[in-house]
Design a protein around this ligand. Structure first.
Ligand SMILES: NC(=O)c1ccc[n+]([C@@H]2O[C@H](COP(=O)([O-])OP(=O)(O)OC[C@H]3O[C@@H](n4cnc5c(N)ncnc54)[C@H](O)[C@@H]3O)[C@@H](O)[C@H]2O)c1
Ligand SMILES: [Zn+2]
Ligand SMILES: [Zn+2]
Length: 395
């Protein structure tokens, strides 16, 4: 009998917590690995990226074990692992990266060339990302462990701050990457589209990078209220489709220095229906000439539930001429978490970045994951953190 349980994707709208296989030191194609470790999962978060799969908006297969936001305790070490020991508490970047290819050598670990036979980039528990088993589970295997894992300096301190540190596996580096790539610096005016956890992490990142004002747009009133409580300026998009005018009411100018798309391809328009290109088009409108646009929001190459035929293969109706005329820069893709997680860990450990509070982290048990998925899908102003071994409440 297996000692492992995990969150499994069943069909659109449905996940279940089931018994799953215990992890082994093997790649998805069955090759034996000596550079991996097995982790007892200390915390693992539900992400908006999981929701795209669970809503049936990707080609994720039934039976996929979900979960790419993992923090764990090392319980078994492969014979090629040199820098980690049993008992270490580690953050797992959601990217699976080999540390050996050209992209990894250049810190572009979001598009590692060797861990996914179908395309660049690997991740745990994600469609089209190499088949690495997900970590919304009790146990999980992490390959290339010396390269991938970030070890926390002190076990007790780590467990003390675990609801903050758990955000290092994805959303905090992702929000930070969005802000860095949007060119946020001291005195910047910033617009973040989307008040979900990634939008809030981008807003918090813009703030520590020195932004003068950070505005967040969404339709979800509960999330906007939470963003306002955290010190960001909410923009209720249900009130008007003239985003530039709403920004001008706050800053005096219809254009911002830096814009971050924390929504992605399931973006909604003012009329309520889905308009996958709306955020990208708005970004070009409201970002200054020669400004940068950070796009952590996810865009796909296959979307079975898309509003039109073009969008089913990821073709969107962009007013690209606008961005070209304004000489803007666009930055897309999976976040290379390794580039940022150590610095952001220090910011957390030294009390500079209360990210758990900012994203409203809610700890629930692994067995409660189905409820977490449902509430998050309905737009709760919360970031759900699963606690598979009851270690968080204890800490
Ligand atoms: N690039 C990466 O590495 C990476 C990593 C993590 C997450 N993501 C992506 O980031 C995005 C956000 O993640 P999340 O967990 O915060 O998701 P989420 O679904 O909780 O939040 C998205 C928010 O966008 C809002 N929204 C919809 N249309 C909008 C519009 N036109 N303007 C403004 N807001 C709008 C929704 O109401 C929702 O509150 C997702 O697409 C996710 O897949 C990317
Ligand atoms: Zn994620
Ligand atoms: Zn690589």
């Amino acid at each position: 009998m297996s000692s492992n349980r995990g969150v499994v994707y069943i069909e659109p709208g449905k996940v279940e917590v089931q018994e799953i296989a215990d992890p082994t030191m093997a790649a998805p194609d069955g090759r034996k690995l000596e550079h991996g470790v097995i982790l007892k999962v200390v915390s693992t978060n539900i992400c908006g990226s999981d929701q795209h799969m669970v809503r049936g908006r990707t080609t994720a297969p039934a039976g996929l074990v979900l979960g790419h936001e993992i923090t764990g305790e090392v319980i078994e070490v492969g014979s090629d692992v040199e820098m980690l020991n049993v008992g270490d508490i580690v953050s797992v970047p959601f990217n699976v990266a080999c540390g050996r290819c050209r992209c990894c050598k250049e810190q572009d670990t979001g598009v590692c060339l060797t861990v996914n036979p179908d395309r660049a980039g690997g991740a745990y528990g994600y469609v089209d990302m190499g088949g690495w088993v997900g970590g919304q589970a009790r146990y999980v295997m992490v390959p290339y462990a010396d390269f991938n894992l970030l070890k926390f300096p002190d076990r007790d301190q780590a467990l003390d701050k675990i609801t903050d540190l758990t955000m290092l596996s994805d959303i905090l580096p992702t929000g930070f990457h969005g802000a860095v790539k949007a060119g946020v610096g001291v005195g910047s005016t910033v617009y973040v589209a989307g008040a979900g956890p990634v939008g809030l992490a981008a807003a918090a990142s813009a703030q520590i990078l020195g932004a003068a004002v950070v505005m967040i747009g969404d339709f979800n009133k509960e999330r906007l209220q939470h963003a306002a409580n955290m010190g960001f300026v909410p923009i209720d998009l249900s009130k008007s489709d003239r985003l530039g005018e709403m920004i001008a009411e706050i800053t005096g100018s219809p254009e911002v220095d830096a814009a971050i798309d924390a929504v992605g391809f399931e973006a909604r328009g003012h009329s309520g229906g889905e308009q996958p290109a709306i955020v990208l088009n708005q970004m070009m409108d409201i970002t200054r000439v020669a400004g940068n646009i950070g796009i952590p929001g996810l865009y796909v190459t296959e979307d079975p539930g898309a509003v039109d035929e073009a969008a089913k293969v990821g073709s969107l109706s962009l007013r690209f001429g606008q961005g070209w005329a304004k000489a803007q820069s666009f930055h897309t893709g999976q976040t290379p978490v390794l580039k940022y997680n150590r610095q952001l860990m220090q910011a957390i450990l030294h009390d500079r970045l209360p990210i758990a509070k900012i994203v409203n982290a809610q700890v629930i048990s692994l067995e409660d994951a189905v409820r977490g998925y449902e509430e998050f899908d309905h737009g709760a102003a919360k970031k759900f953190v699963l606690d598979p071994h009851g270690m968080l409440k204890a800490s």
